[in-house]
Design a protein around this ligand. Structure first.
Ligand code: PRP
Ligand code: URA
Length: 212
């Protein structure tokens, strides 16, 4: 079983603290999610393969590295995972994007699929699955079940905040994937929200609150 990477970087910590603040508004929240995702992706993509190509500098010809091998795809789990795609695409502008729509039943907390729109060649790509919140782990595990069913073999899962319960469930269900976690929180509450967490990530990214 691969060890998850729990980030320990002051920039990521600082930005996640701002995300947690209930007074952080939608516009800033969205920007922070994107920035954190870019910082996390920088590290998560450290093992991308490279090959040497010839380049002519103003001084001489030289062999230098460029990205090679498997191309990447980003697959956000809707809705909240969408907030993370921009940050990753700023590093990998050529990546394809697939979408998996899941919502959590309010009572059982089990995920329900309502959409799956994926690139046809996903099985040949490195797939980066995004969702800011790993709570019970049900949504992430279901999304990865679906991707494996489509033949995907190299999967990286990125979340901004995880609960220990969800991390354990995802690791047990999918011991082969790489997991990147911005912050590991204390626990889940009775409504399966992460404590201290940041509340409902989808509502905070898209500004959909009960009073609207
Ligand atoms: C949230 C979140 C995750 C899921 C995490 O989505 O974005 O997808 O819950 O919970 P889990 O680990 O217990 O499955 P939600 O179902 O609220 O949908 P939304 O993104 O559309 O708001
Ligand atoms: N989904 C969220 O958006 N937040 C949580 O704390 C748990 C699930």
């Amino acid at each position: 079983m691969k060890e998850p990477m729990i980030f320990d970087h002051p920039l990521i910590k600082h930005k996640i603290t701002l995300l947690r603040d209930k007074d952080t508004g939608t516009k800033e929240f969205r920007k922070l999610v994107e920035e954190i995702s870019m910082l996390m992706a920088y590290e998560a993509l450290r093992d991308l393969p490279t090959e040497l190509v010839q380049v002519r500098t103003p001084i001489c010809d030289s062999m230098q590295p460029v990205l090679s091998g498997k191309k990447a795809a980003v697959v956000p789990i809707l809705r909240a995972g969408l907030g993370m795609t921009g940050g990753i695409l700023s590093l990998l502008p050529g990546a394809k994007v697939g979408h998996i729509g899941l919502y959590r039943d309010e009572t059982t907390h089990e995920p329900h699929e309502y959409l799956s729109k994926l690139p046809g060649d996903l099985d040949k790509r490195i797939v980066i699955v995004t969702d800011p919140m790993l709570a019970t782990g049900g949504s992430a595990a279901a999304a990865i079940d679906l991707l494996k069913g489509k033949g995907c073999t190299q999967i990286k899962f990125m979340c901004i905040i995880a609960a220990p319960e969800g991390l354990e469930r995802l690791r047990t269900a999918h011991p082969d994937i790489e997991i990147y976690v911005g912050a590991l929180d204390e626990c889940l509450n009775d409504d399966a929200y992460i404590v201290p967490g940041l509340g409902d990530a989808g509502d905070r990214i898209f500004g959909t609150f009960a009073q609207d």
